[in-house]
Design a protein around this ligand. Structure first.
Ligand code: NI
Length: 135
Protein backbone atom coordinates (compact mmCIF):
# COMPACT_ATOMS: atom_id res chain seq x y z
CA UNK A 1 0.00 0.00 0.00
CA UNK A 2 1.30 3.41 -0.97
CA UNK A 3 0.10 6.80 0.27
CA UNK A 4 0.15 9.92 -1.89
CA UNK A 5 -0.62 13.37 -0.48
CA UNK A 6 -1.48 16.62 -2.18
CA UNK A 7 -1.37 19.90 -0.27
CA UNK A 8 -3.57 22.85 -1.22
CA UNK A 9 -3.97 26.22 0.47
CA UNK A 10 -7.00 28.42 0.88
CA UNK A 11 -7.90 31.50 2.85
CA UNK A 12 -11.33 32.04 4.30
CA UNK A 13 -13.25 33.92 6.97
CA UNK A 14 -15.64 32.47 9.50
CA UNK A 15 -17.45 33.12 12.72
CA UNK A 16 -18.11 30.40 15.25
CA UNK A 17 -21.63 30.86 16.49
CA UNK A 18 -24.55 28.61 17.34
CA UNK A 19 -27.92 30.37 16.99
CA UNK A 20 -29.36 27.98 19.59
CA UNK A 21 -27.03 29.38 22.26
CA UNK A 22 -27.40 32.76 23.96
CA UNK A 23 -24.88 35.51 23.16
CA UNK A 24 -23.23 34.86 26.53
CA UNK A 25 -22.97 31.12 25.85
CA UNK A 26 -21.58 31.73 22.37
CA UNK A 27 -18.97 34.04 23.79
CA UNK A 28 -18.04 31.60 26.52
CA UNK A 29 -17.74 28.62 24.15
CA UNK A 30 -16.16 30.25 21.11
CA UNK A 31 -14.35 33.18 22.73
CA UNK A 32 -12.42 35.20 20.10
CA UNK A 33 -13.78 33.02 17.31
CA UNK A 34 -17.25 34.36 18.13
CA UNK A 35 -16.24 37.88 16.99
CA UNK A 36 -19.37 39.29 15.39
CA UNK A 37 -17.65 40.32 12.17
CA UNK A 38 -15.67 37.12 11.74
CA UNK A 39 -11.96 36.50 11.36
CA UNK A 40 -9.77 34.71 8.87
CA UNK A 41 -7.44 31.76 8.53
CA UNK A 42 -4.91 30.63 5.97
CA UNK A 43 -5.90 27.00 5.86
CA UNK A 44 -3.66 24.19 4.66
CA UNK A 45 -5.47 21.14 3.34
CA UNK A 46 -3.73 17.80 2.90
CA UNK A 47 -5.53 15.06 1.02
CA UNK A 48 -4.04 11.56 1.13
CA UNK A 49 -4.97 8.79 -1.27
CA UNK A 50 -3.88 5.18 -0.71
CA UNK A 51 -3.76 2.09 -2.88
CA UNK A 52 -1.52 0.00 -5.07
CA UNK A 53 0.84 1.33 -7.72
CA UNK A 54 -0.45 0.93 -11.26
CA UNK A 55 2.32 -1.14 -12.87
CA UNK A 56 1.73 0.44 -16.28
CA UNK A 57 2.18 4.06 -15.13
CA UNK A 58 4.14 3.61 -11.91
CA UNK A 59 1.59 5.96 -10.33
CA UNK A 60 -1.03 5.45 -7.66
CA UNK A 61 -2.87 8.53 -8.91
CA UNK A 62 -1.52 11.24 -11.17
CA UNK A 63 -0.93 14.21 -8.84
CA UNK A 64 -2.06 16.60 -11.56
CA UNK A 65 -5.38 14.81 -11.51
CA UNK A 66 -5.59 14.83 -7.69
CA UNK A 67 -4.81 18.55 -7.65
CA UNK A 68 -7.59 19.18 -10.17
CA UNK A 69 -10.12 17.11 -8.17
CA UNK A 70 -9.32 19.04 -4.97
CA UNK A 71 -9.39 22.44 -6.62
CA UNK A 72 -12.60 21.86 -8.58
CA UNK A 73 -14.55 20.25 -5.75
CA UNK A 74 -13.26 22.08 -2.68
CA UNK A 75 -10.90 25.02 -3.11
CA UNK A 76 -12.95 26.95 -5.65
CA UNK A 77 -15.89 27.00 -3.20
CA UNK A 78 -13.91 27.97 -0.09
CA UNK A 79 -11.01 30.20 -1.10
CA UNK A 80 -11.53 33.88 -0.21
CA UNK A 81 -15.06 33.19 0.99
CA UNK A 82 -16.90 33.83 4.21
CA UNK A 83 -17.73 30.31 5.29
CA UNK A 84 -20.85 31.33 7.22
CA UNK A 85 -22.55 33.03 4.30
CA UNK A 86 -21.17 32.11 0.90
CA UNK A 87 -20.79 28.36 0.71
CA UNK A 88 -23.96 26.40 -0.16
CA UNK A 89 -22.76 23.10 1.30
CA UNK A 90 -21.92 24.74 4.64
CA UNK A 91 -25.39 26.18 5.15
CA UNK A 92 -26.56 25.38 8.67
CA UNK A 93 -23.16 23.99 9.67
CA UNK A 94 -20.99 25.74 12.29
CA UNK A 95 -17.76 26.26 10.32
CA UNK A 96 -15.35 24.78 12.82
CA UNK A 97 -12.37 22.98 11.34
CA UNK A 98 -13.82 19.69 12.62
CA UNK A 99 -16.95 20.22 10.54
CA UNK A 100 -14.97 21.54 7.56
CA UNK A 101 -12.74 18.47 7.55
CA UNK A 102 -15.75 16.16 7.48
CA UNK A 103 -17.47 18.13 4.74
CA UNK A 104 -14.31 18.14 2.61
CA UNK A 105 -14.01 14.37 3.00
CA UNK A 106 -17.60 13.96 1.80
CA UNK A 107 -16.95 16.21 -1.20
CA UNK A 108 -13.91 14.19 -2.25
CA UNK A 109 -14.56 10.59 -1.34
CA UNK A 110 -16.56 9.68 -4.45
CA UNK A 111 -14.36 11.73 -6.79
CA UNK A 112 -11.19 9.72 -6.18
CA UNK A 113 -11.27 6.94 -8.77
CA UNK A 114 -7.68 5.72 -8.58
CA UNK A 115 -6.76 4.35 -5.16
CA UNK A 116 -9.08 5.51 -2.39
CA UNK A 117 -9.27 8.48 -0.11
CA UNK A 118 -7.32 7.71 3.06
CA UNK A 119 -7.39 10.97 5.01
CA UNK A 120 -8.24 14.62 4.93
CA UNK A 121 -6.12 16.86 7.14
CA UNK A 122 -6.93 20.50 7.67
CA UNK A 123 -4.46 22.85 9.33
CA UNK A 124 -6.20 25.90 10.76
CA UNK A 125 -3.00 27.32 12.26
CA UNK A 126 0.58 26.12 12.44
CA UNK A 127 -0.22 24.38 15.70
CA UNK A 128 -3.73 23.03 15.18
CA UNK A 129 -4.82 20.47 12.65
CA UNK A 130 -7.81 18.23 12.19
CA UNK A 131 -7.94 14.86 10.50
CA UNK A 132 -10.71 12.60 9.24
CA UNK A 133 -10.31 9.09 7.85
CA UNK A 134 -13.93 8.27 7.17
CA UNK A 135 -14.44 6.32 10.39
NI1 NI B 1 -11.27 30.67 13.47
Amino acid sequence: MIYVTRRELFSAAHRLFNPNFSDAENEKIYDKCNNEFGHGHNYVLEVTVCGEINPATGYLIDLKKLKKIIRENVIVFLDHKHLNYEVPFLKGIIPTSENLTLVIWNLLVKKIDEGKLFSVKLYETENNYFEYRGE
